[in-house]
Design a protein around this ligand. Sequence first.
Ligand code: NAI
Length: 326
Amino acid sequence: MKIAFYSTKPYDRIYFEPMSEEYDIKIHFFEVPCNEETIPLAKGHDAVCIFVNDYLNAQMIHELKEMDCKAILLRSAGFNHVDIKAAAACEIPVLRVPSYSPEAVAEFAMALLLTVNRHTHRAYTRTRDFNMNINGFMGIDLHGKTAGVVGTGKIGQAMIRILQGFGMKIVAYDPYPNPNLDIEYASIEEVFQRADVITLHCPSTRETKHIVQAKTIELMKDGVYLINTSRGDLIRTEDLIEGLLQKKFGGVGLDVYDEEGGVFYEDRSNDIMEDPNLARLLSFPNVLVTSHMGFFTREAVQAIAEVTLKNADAVQKGLPLENAVQ
Ligand code: NAI
């Protein structure tokens, strides 16, 4: 099997190359993202392999069909960047990595919370400048506070365990509550009203788009902390900025951003920032933006490589496709 591998970074080669030999799979690594312009590169390959800021719309999927592409391999759990209906119509299976390391993302969400609460991102630069003043760095005790968890799937549950370890009370919202969890569920409105910290762990769907917007921000406590490691479009950025200007938030940690495509994962430090919302977000002292890196641990990247290649192998051997997106 030959795979056209888009959006390659050096760490992808390190993990995928040796393992692909074991499976007798040939990977052609392309650094470019997968989009309308680059889709012709897939010609001559049996599968394409894409990451979170690549996309495949209906037209591109039809082109893949004409190229006799047999599988779309996602190096992610989320699949909102692929037109699943078009892929089904073209009979091209879409295979994902449903779970690689929920702990990796949850631990990162906690890192964001601890950072924006205790201002360690700013303390780092201040002390390097031999400015030992701590003014402006006061945070809150997390112990005894209430964390609102939106989405109690694999990552949400890992986050709940961490938050409970910090002595926090949990109030959660999920349309499919998990009876095995020893936590309190409430409506989304109540979660937003009661939480001192809100952490988002639901997928991007029609229902969750802009789950955080002016109306729901209004429900939140003053000084609330908001963490998003899920998908950028869960938050309406304009409304978040307005809330920040109204001093609603104690701190905001964002590993994902609605308009992250083409920007996150790239070194754009020599470019003029054209996105006014991103520029505004980066200007707030109590906001930390990271570049969609919650997944980025050795264990998680290793697991992504393993499952992606197993998915490819199942296609080449005609085995059941356990990780197919329906
Ligand atoms: P999961 O599928 O195990 O859990 C998602 C949970 O969200 C489920 O319990 C589901 O019932 C719930 N849910 C569905 N609709 C909802 C709604 N309207 N409101 C509240 N909850 C809702 O997924 P997992 O593995 O926990 O991942 C969660 C999200 O994390 C993914 O969808 C992905 O967007 C994001 N992610 C981010 C990464 C990063 O590097 N920052 C890496 C991996 C995933």
